[in-house]
Design a protein around this ligand. Structure first.
Ligand SMILES: Nc1ncnc2c1ncn2[C@@H]1O[C@H](COP(=O)(O)OP(=O)(O)O)[C@@H](O)[C@H]1O
Ligand SMILES: [Mg+2]
Length: 328
């Protein structure tokens, strides 16, 4: 799919003004530039990218808020733009920091309204609400007007409201941005539990890569409106993060109590990045140095008490991809 935003170019001065009478001048932003993917029923996908990458625009096309400039979007067989009401009935959406609740009403009344709008049966409504109040820990504030709630409480309310009619597809666009740790945990557990039930397809946009790593079997990484990566977290690391770190804890010498220093000649060309109190960090390219050889060499030459291999974390990998604009 493609989405261009056009803006009439600002008044370029007197001479230019005459010209624009005949040929309109536009500034065109290609927010989404040929993004293509499909998501299976029941999948939980992390949709990632730096600010301005085109994430929200994609979600707006899938929710039917924005009409694509090119390409096609289908959600469970529906064209989100043309079949807006039917698409709305099958989906739930949360845009972080922007509430869809009624500001002056108690949260509970917002839920009632949402239930009525979507024609949720009283029995289903009660079951869902009880479950959500419990899972999202909303008992304490459900009778307060929305405007009195903290951001974290409100977002939990928003999430519940988006899920009350049991949508088959849920879009969560930065749902935890700016939340305190407690609210974040509640939201994350809720998403995890919903995903595990397997009946809901979830597209999650977030900056919190710890959440992504824990929740999302699949991630789609985009930048400048294009897909950079589509696959699992492990695959992303294998593709983009080729270095590993061997962390060795050395035992002190029995008589002197001192720990030896690891010498460059014993690490097969890897880089010793730190040595302190017997803990040695050795960085190496996994494609160039076989980890077993490295371990053997260290073991042969030093009194090793403990060792572990550290994989690069997702945060670091993703930061590197954005900054270097690596295309696959
Ligand atoms: N309504 C709009 N009008 C003009 N440009 C827009 C509009 N919405 C988004 N954009 C531009 O499209 C690009 C992608 O925006 P967005 O989809 O919001 O990115 P993200 O959600 O990944 O941060 C940005 O350059 C943004 O400035
Ligand atoms: Mg966005």
């Amino acid at each position: 799919m493609v989405k261009e935003f056009r803006r009439v170019r600002p008044h370029p001065g007197r001479l230019g003004a005459v010209r624009t009478l005949f040929t309109r001048q536009y500034d065109v932003t290609r927010a989404v530039d040929g993004i293509s993917f499909s998501v299976d029923e029941g999948e939980l996908v992390g949709y990632l990218g730096p600010n301005g990458a085109g994430k929200s625009t994609t979600i707006k096309m899938m929710t039917g808020i924005v009409l694509p400039t090119g390409g096609t979007v289908r959600v469970r067989g529906l064209d989100p733009w043309k079949d807006r009401p039917r698409n709305a009935a099958q989906m739930g959406v949360v845009f972080g920091q922007r509430t869809q609740l009624w500001w002056d009403l108690p949260l509970r009344d917002s839920f009632r309204l949402v239930g009525a709008i979507y024609g949720v049966s009283p029995a289903d409504y009660r079951t869902s609400l009880d479950r959500f109040v419990d899972l999202l820990d909303m008992g304490e504030f459900i009778d307060r007007p929305v405007r009195q709630l903290s951001l974290g409480q409100r977002m939990r309310g928003d999430l519940a409201a988006a899920m009350l009619h049991r949508p088959r597809v849920v879009y969560l666009d930065e749902p935890t941005i700016g939340l305190d740790v407690m609210a974040k945990d509640r939201m994350r557990d809720f998403v995890e539990e919903t995903a595990q039930a397997g009946e809901t397809t979830i597209v999650l946009t977030t900056h919190d890569l710890a959440d992504v790593e824990r929740l999302c079997p699949r991630i789609i990484l985009i930048d400048h409106g294009r897909v950079l990566y589509d696959g699992d977290v492990q695959g992303l690391k294998t593709t983009y993060a080729t270095h590993r770190e061997l962390v060795v804890q050395l035992a002190p010498d029995e008589t002197t109590g001192r720990v030896p220093a690891v010498l460059a000649e014993h690490v097969l060309g890897a880089e010793i990045t730190a040595q302190e109190q017997g803990q040695v960090r050795i960085r190496f390219e996994a494609s160039r140095i076989a980890v077993q050889h490295l371990i053997d060499s260290v073991n042969r030459n030093y009194p090793v008490r403990d060792l572990s291999i550290v994989e690069p974390d997702l945060e670091g990998v993703v930061r590197r991809i954005y900054s270097e604009d690596l295309a696959p």
